[in-house]
Design a protein around this ligand. Sequence first.
Ligand SMILES: [Zn+2]
Length: 143
Amino acid sequence: MEIYNKNEQKTAGHTMGNFNHETGVYQVVMPYNDHRGGGGNHSHEVPVFARTCGCGKWQNLKIPCSHGIKVLQGRHLDATSYIDPCYNLNNAIHTYSHHFVVPSSESLWRDIRGPQWVPDPQLLRAKGRPMKSRLRNEMDGVQ
Ligand SMILES: [Zn+2]
């Protein structure tokens, strides 16, 4: 819900661009945003029936992204009902409803029957930082 609320706040700056009501594909345009290092000033395509967005967040998180919310609100739909049911409380409780098996104490573990692994002393690294083979130049700040 926190993600959803943040996304909903972001919709304020978005505007709807071209759209096709029949296919349900909408374009959401983000304004130029100087506060975020020149982010924005781009658009995402939102195939709303597929519950996906060009930004990739809707399909990954199964929560409508800011672009998706903008489109759903534009269509007078309740965007919260597009949050995947996997996030509802009953499903969250169900995830942890099974019994947990507590691992037995390490002293009760059985010995492993198998090959013994011995480290190769030739491959041991020397103490300290490994030697650098890169040549330093003026770009490293060396005068
Ligand atoms: Zn999006």
